[in-house]
Design a protein around this ligand. Structure first.
Ligand code: F6R
Length: 614
């Protein structure tokens, strides 16, 4: 949620900032801006919308700023105030000498704003961030030291922030600090980089320092000083980032989302390497520190996540309870953190997150850790804040996901849940050997099954075109695929803006059925197994109300032809693994509808890939 960058060194700064912001566009794309230190002043440039608009704004000013070697930049996902140029960062104080970029939310901004207005500050934006620029500037006017001013100011600020600040009177100095928001400092030769995330700096350096909460760092081209909350200097801990710079390319696909959907067979193969060799070998999860004793002492598992990761968690519950006979609760992190949650040392708490940075999940994890629970994190970012809180880690290894709508990371999370559930079942001895062997054998075949679906994607495209011009869409399923219906609906609404909802098929008759008529598409996830006949009956009920019926099925049952207007067939798969196979056509339907409607598939409106505000 919002990305910040900064640079102080000897190189021209503009391209470093713009490249960094481009790498952080997944964090928001409502507006962007940079502030550049010139010989005499700080110049600020801002634009509404995507980063390309900022590049347009900068073009006529290129000569003025090409020689500058210090600056800060921001890409915004709006929280306070509309996504306008006025509300875009960097924000300045009234004299224009101090500039701030911020990621997070200043919770007491109203009180601070009233105090600062009473002192004579004039606010120009509706943002919470502008209070920081006025506050630090007014303290600076007294103490005449930027680091000191930031230290005093942050003691008055409540909320979450990563801040990067510079002042015209301190020409070679950046001051950065953070609380409950990500921030790292890249260490170069005679230069320092500041960023919300690794991709913004990895092209320049692999050496980085992760600031911890309430530390304040002062950076000049040749010096770095980090102080803790008590203003004591501390030794910086420089880490080598386990990353290689990657050139992100669509590889000929029209959108990153379509490319990432096609990567899924290889994503599963990569995850299984080293963890599941053959159907007879035990699951290997080196970073999971659960043994027979710890599992025996567990009386429940609590899984917390948001959005797509929450849907993966719901399927995780189903399979862990089925394989391991441990009760599992699943909850949206944003609900979990604001009530009296009962977890203790006998609870295993599993956090699921593509980014490993989602603020609500991170807070939930920290709360449970403080209560003594074992923390297991399933994440695509083993270098993330959540991974750093983990007692056990399951890295999902999906590779960088550029499209804001999660696809391959979801399939990777599901695959990881299967591995984890099987791993625990093997330790606990809760599954028959033949069931274990059969399931593992089927898991090894999943990549080929997905390839078979992708080979027939034109059929799914035809289905998408047929139903694209609809206002609403209903997905129904039961059992292990109820979360598949939720995820299918989420994918459709986030990239096409169609009002799509997933329901447990049995719930349709308890209210939603009132919405059905000849305009409403109803997609039934109809996989063979324990609830097949039940969903079939629920589909009949919908058909009787004239709904436009679509089946997603692995059945060849002839009676489906009369019931459904369109049938998408997927390969044979055991019910327990069917969520992985069933999800691929649903991703493609969402993709092709959005593409057909001409939507911005990879960067849908109002969204950001990493949600670092609560
Ligand atoms: C949907 C999507 C979001 C995320 C959610 C949690 O396509 O991407 O719903 O799943 O914001 O993010 P992570 O998994 O990074 O915690």
């Amino acid at each position: 949620m919002c990305g910040i960058v900064g640079y102080v060194g000897k190189k021209p700064v503009v391209d470093i900032l713009l490249d960094g912001l481009e790498q952080l566009e997944y964090r928001g794309y409502d507006s962007s801006g940079i502030a550049i230190k010139t010989a005499t002043s700080i110049d600020v440039y801002k634009a509404e919308g995507k980063l390309a608009n900022l590049r347009d704004v900068l073009r006529p000013n290129a000569d003025k700023i090409t020689q500058s070697t210090m600056g800060i930049g921001h890409i915004r996902w709006a929280t306070h105030g509309a996504p306008t140029v006025l509300n875009a960062h960097p924000h300045t104080c009234n004299c224009g000498n101090l500039v701030v970029v911020h990621n997070g939310i200043i919770e007491n901004y109203k009180e601070l704003r009233s105090e600062l207005e009473a002192e004579g500050c004039t606010f120009r934006s509706q943002t919470d961030t502008e209070t920081v620029s006025h506050l630090v500037a007014s303290i600076y006017a007294e103490v005449k030291d930027l680091t000191k001013a930031v230290q005093i100011a942050t003691k008055k600020i409540e909320g979450a922030y990563a801040l990067c600040i510079m002042h015209n009177n301190e020409p070679e100095k950046l001051v950065v600090t953070k609380r409950n928001a990500p921030l790292l400092i890249g260490v170069g030769e005679g230069e320092f980089f500041v960023a919300s995330d690794v991709p913004a700096i990895i092209k320049h350096t692999k050496k980085a320092i992760y600031l911890t909460d309430n530390q304040v760092a002062t950076l000049t081209p040749n010096s770095l000083k980090i102080e803790n909350e008590k203003e004591e200097e501390i030794e910086p801990k420089v880490e080598v980032l386990p990353w290689e710079p990657v050139a992100l390319s669509k590889m000929g696909y029209k959108h990153f989302m379509l490319k990432e959907i096609h990567e899924q067979p290889d994503v599963i193969r990569n995850i299984l390497v080293g963890k599941l060799h053959t159907s007879n070998s035990p699951i290997v999860l080196n970073e999971v520190k659960l043994n027979k004793e710890t599992l025996k002492n567990l009386n429940r598992i609590q899984v917390i996540a948001c959005g797509t990761s929450l849907h993966a968690a719901m399927i995780g519950k189903y399979i862990i309870e089925n394989f391991c006979e441990i009760p599992v609760d699943v909850e949206a992190s944003s609900e979990y953190i604001y009530r009296k949650t009962v977890t203790d040392e006998h609870t295993l708490v599993i956090g699921v997150s593509q980014s490993g940075e989602t603020a609500d999940t991170l807070t939930a994890i920290k709360q449970s850790k403080a209560r003594g629970s074992h923390i297991l994190i399933i994440t695509n970012r083993p270098d993330s804040a959540m991974a750093r809180e983990a007692d056990s880690l399951v890295p999902v290894s999906a590779g960088i996901e550029v499209s804001v709508a999660a696809t391959k990371s979801y399939i990777a999370q599901l695959t990881s849940f299967y591995l984890l559930a099987l791993y625990m079942a093997e330790i606990k001895g809760t599954m028959a050997q033949s069931d274990l062997t059969n399931l593992k054998a089927e898991m090894l075949l999943l990549p080929q099954k997905i390839e078979q679906i992708l080979a027939h994607k034109e059929e799914i495209q035809t289905c998408a075109r047929k139903y694209a011009n609809t206002r609403d869409f209903i997905y129904i399923a039961r059992g292990i695929n109820y979360p598949t219906a939720l995820e299918g609906a989420l994918k459709l609404k986030e990239i096409s803006y169609i009002n799509a909802t997933g329901y447990p098929a049995g719930e349709l008759k308890h209210g939603p059925i009132a919405m059905l008529d000849e305009t409403m598409p109803v997609l039934s996830v109809l996989m063979k197994g324990s609830v097949y006949e039940k969903i079939l009956s629920n589909s009949e009920e919908a058909k009787a109300r004239n709904a436009r019926m679509i089946a997603l099925t692995n059945s060849t049952d002839a009676k489906l032809d009369d019931l459904f207007d369109f049938i998408i067939r997927v390969p044979e798969v055991t019910e327990l693994l069917s969520p992985i196979v069933a999800m691929i056509p649903l991703q493609l339907i969402a993709y092709y509808i959005a593409e057909f409607l001409g939507k911005d598939v990879d960067q849908p409106r109002n969204l950001a890939k990493s949600v670092t505000v609560e």
